[in-house]
Design a protein around this ligand. Structure first.
Ligand code: C5P
Length: 411
């Protein structure tokens, strides 16, 4: 697949070399076209090295135009992806102006165009930008993201460029292009986030899970070409592109949704922080504070992970063990007790684990283990998916065919 990757002048351009690598890993040829302001944020030298092709930036570069003119470039592209896309470039494409090479290619191409916006959240919410977004979408231009979260300016809100893995997965989905992902043709189910166990119609028991690790794992699996179903508890995260999300609240709902999704799955990753106990009877009306004290009777919630691992046709099953002490020891106990193929153990506490963008982990399986030092959850998720895929293929022996296409030859 041939991708023209337009890079414009936003701080998220520092993620561009990583995005190029993610696209190339999946087998794409990437031709970078930078705007003048992008060069303020990332160097052409770095991008040339990772893309393996000379960078294009100037419409009037005679030598480059002689080798491949902007019209040839517009025809060569199977997709034009602009990431990061500033508000200014969105406006320029809406207006049909073509003062530079990138917008000229956008006018001259018949290939699909996708933009991954990245800007301050107030700029993104500005009625002018939102009107431009609407026009672009009406014209069939794909808008990938943006995500919500902390921004380079120190503020929080919608406007972050999505993770390079998620962008790469979306681009391949948009073009129907078959990449060379490790999990092409495989089905994964991932649970993520906390659950909410109702006490009455307005109160519930929950926990500190943000869902970030599970969402990162689901995105990393989709980026490797897997068909992913993400069963999510209530979180404050944007839906990752390129996969199916099933939203649930309680542990019982998560149990039902997971068992519905798990049919034919190759790998199950249980990253959700499922409640261990729920109130036995949720009150139908709001409980009044008439008494000085009150007691809640709690009953055990179903263990989703153990129930999946116990299925006759269990997929390769990966659990998580979030512990405050004796992390590896408790995790190995769970690996054995729940009959898992792999467990990801990590320490949680005020300074690590929950609701952070980074994490470290020790992964254990029956006869081995591997440590992953602190890194971003996106990076850790990629490493975990790679390791899980290796172990999955090793566990299945020579059977490396997708389960969906296995046909029994026995009579
Ligand atoms: O036993 P513990 O709750 O520590 O095990 C953690 C692992 O089990 C996680 O992978 C979590 O997603 C899963 N789990 C589950 N259902 C529960 C409790 C935990 O799937 N009710």
């Amino acid at each position: 697949m041939n991708i023209v990757l337009g890079i414009t002048g936003g701080i998220a351009a520092y993620k561009s070399p990583d995005l190029v690598r993610r696209l190339r890993e999946r087998g794409a040829e990437v031709q970078i076209v930078m705007t003048a302001s992008a060069e303020e944020f990332v160097t052409g030298t770095a991008l040339q090295a990772v893309s393996g092709r000379p960078i294009r930036s100037n419409l009037w570069d005679k030598e480059a135009e002689a080798a491949m003119s902007h019209i040839e470039l517009a025809r060569w592209a199977d997709i034009v992806l602009i990431a990061p896309s500033t508000a200014e470039v969105m406006a320029r494409i809406v207006s049909g102006g073509a003062p530079d090479l990138l917008t000229t290619i956008c006018l001259a191409t018949e290939a699909p165009i996708a933009l991954a916006p990245a800007m301050n959240h107030i700029m993104w919410s500005n009625p002018a930008t939102q009107a431009n977004r609407e026009v672009l979408e009406e014209r069939g231009i794909h808008i990938i993201g943006p995500g919500i979260g902390s921004q380079a300016c120190g503020e929080t809100g919608p406007g972050r460029m999505l993770d390079p893995d998620a962008i790469a997965a979306t681009v391949f989905n948009l073009t129907g292009g078959k990449g060379q992902g490790l999990l092409e043709g495989r089905k994964l189910v991932v649970t993520a986030g906390p659950t909410r166990e109702a006490i009455d119609p307005v109160r519930y028991i929950t926990n500190r899970s943000s869902g970030k690790m599970g969402y990162a794992i689901a995105s990393a699996a989709a980026a490797q070409g897997a068909d992913v179903i993400l069963v999510s508890g209530p979180v404050n995260l944007p839906e990752p592109p390129g996969l199916r999300v099933v939203n649930v609240e309680s542990a019982e709902q998560m149990y039902a949704a997971t068992h519905e999704a798990i049919i034919d799955a190759d790998i199950f990753v249980s990253a959700a922080a499922v409640a261990d106990y729920r109130p036995e009877n949720a009150a139908l009306q709001k409980i009044k504070k008439n008494e000085e004290s009150m007691s809640l009777v709690l009953v055990r919630c179903p263990d989703i992970l153990a129930s999946v691992a116990a299925l006759d046709s269990a997929p390769f099953t990966v659990g998580f063990a979030a512990e405050t002490e004796n992390v590896a020891e408790y995790a190995r106990g769970k690996l054995e007790k729940k009959n898992l193929d792999m467990i990801v153990a990590n320490r949680v506490g005020p300074d690590c684990g929950f609701d952070r963008d980074d994490n470290s982990a020790t992964v254990l399986w029956s006869d081995g283990e591997q440590n992953f030092p602190v890194s971003s959850k996106a990076r850790l998720a990629r490493d975990l998916i790679e390791l899980a895929t290796q172990r999955f293929l090793a566990a299945r022996g020579t059977d490396t065919q997708p389960r969906l296409s296995i046909i029994s030859t026995k009579d």
